[in-house]
Design a protein around this ligand. Structure first.
Ligand code: HEC
Ligand code: HEC
Length: 304
């Protein structure tokens, strides 16, 4: 029966092909469709908005020009290695992240990898966001899916070689990237652990206050010991370890909690520079969370 033979040949070829493509389709889900159709849970949106304030996503993802649309990209992020611009993270499908799946978003924030598999520059503090829980990251995603979609192309970064090369980021990651999440320390109280989570993962204090080496990796042996950033947009993020002279060892927990709300230091000075933007975010923290951050900071050893 030649037709049966032909059919069997055909089936032997086609069936595995279908099976293989089914596997491929399953492993790489079509981007975004599910995420777009689901109306996000209002409680998740509220939690996500709270975290977005604490993490200050707006500062880097919104242009400085008056009336610039929030999260539409173009926020300038000066570093000693060049000037980078935050991307459009509104739900616009073509220029924002509207077509992303939840997994795409988790990979970006927790692993610093784009949907197409490229590495992000660590100026995007995924190096701290990796410490967040999946649930918190998905809450951020839920919130961002409710902001107004804006069509605006991403602004190219302005950095010279090698700091403009994504190809070299694999090496950087191998040297410095330690994936999270942050594991709660059973020796610390729930309040201390909450403060640690907010400071290290969400509000990423160490991204500015921990010194960096020549390749831009944080020197964790001098955690929170301050970082003097050179260049035209340079700033000095002071020592915020427990050092009584150079750090904030002399500040009381109430001083720190009040500072995170108002930006006013114990000596009456108002903080400026990039810390002003940070306070803009931390001023939205509730009193319990501000106190938790203070408790955590007060527990840190003095580092010169
Ligand atoms: C210190 C500045 C800074 C902060 C704070 C920041 N980002 Fe970004 N983000 C960037 C930069 C710069 C890029 C572009 C990185 C690149 O091109 O490799 C980026 C990229 C991204 C991307 C990838 C966008 C794309 O189109 O590929 C997402 C998603 C993102 N950020 C979300 C967030 C969220 C959510 C927050 C708050 C939890 C946040 N970012 C906070 C600077 C920042
Ligand atoms: C985007 C960079 C950046 C981030 C993130 C950041 N800071 Fe700062 N911080 C600064 C800069 C810059 C200054 C100095 C501001 C000035 O000189 O007015 C500063 C100042 C301070 C001061 C005042 C110290 C003193 O002795 O005057 C404290 C306290 C502080 N930051 C705590 C924090 C905490 C806590 C976090 C995390 C919740 C944080 N910062 C996150 C950049 C940052």
């Amino acid at each position: 029966m030649p037709w049966l033979k032909r059919f069997c040949h055909y089936a032997a070829f086609v069936v595995p092909l279908i099976a293989v493509s089914a596997c491929v389709v399953e492993r790489v889900p079509p981007r975004g469709s599910a995420a777009l159709q689901v109306v996000p849970d209002p409680a998740a949106v509220r939690r996500g908005e709270y975290l977005a304030h604490a993490a200050n996503c707006t500062a880097c993802h919104t242009a400085a020009s008056p009336g610039a649309a929030p999260f539409a990209g173009g926020g300038k992020v000066p570093t000693p290695f060049g000037v980078y611009y935050g991307s459009n993270i509104t739900p616009d499908v073509a220029t924002g992240i509207g077509a992303w799946s939840d997994d795409d978003f988790l990979r970006a924030l927790r692993h610093g990898v784009s949907p197409s598999g490229g590495d992000y520059f660590p100026v995007f503090p995924f190096t701290s966001f990796t410490l967040m829980t999946d649930r918190d990251v998905l809450d951020l995603r839920a919130y961002l899916s409710t902001v107004r979609p804006i069509s605006q192309a991403n602004r190219p970064h302005d950095a010279a070689f090698p700091y403009n090369s994504r190809a070299l980021l694999g090496l950087w990651r191998a040297l410095y990237f330690r994936p999270g999440p942050l594991v709660p320390d059973p020796a610390g109280s729930p309040e201390w652990n909450r403060g640690r989570y907010l400071a290290e993962a969400v509000a990423h204090c160490g991204e500015c206050h921990t010194p960096r080496d020549l390749l831009g990796g944080r020197d964790e042996t001098r955690h929170f010991a301050g970082y003097q950033m050179s260049g035209p947009d340079g700033f000095a993020a002071p020592n915020i370890s427990g050092d009584p002279v150079h750090g904030i060892g002399a500040w009381s927990p109430a001083d720190i909690a009040g500072f995170l709300q108002t930006g006013i230091k114990p000596d009456g000075d108002v903080v400026g520079s990039r810390m002003g933007e940070v306070i803009e975010g931390t001023s939205h923290l509730n009193a319990t969370d501000r106190t938790a951050v203070a408790t955590y900071l007060k527990s840190l050893p003095a580092t010169h």
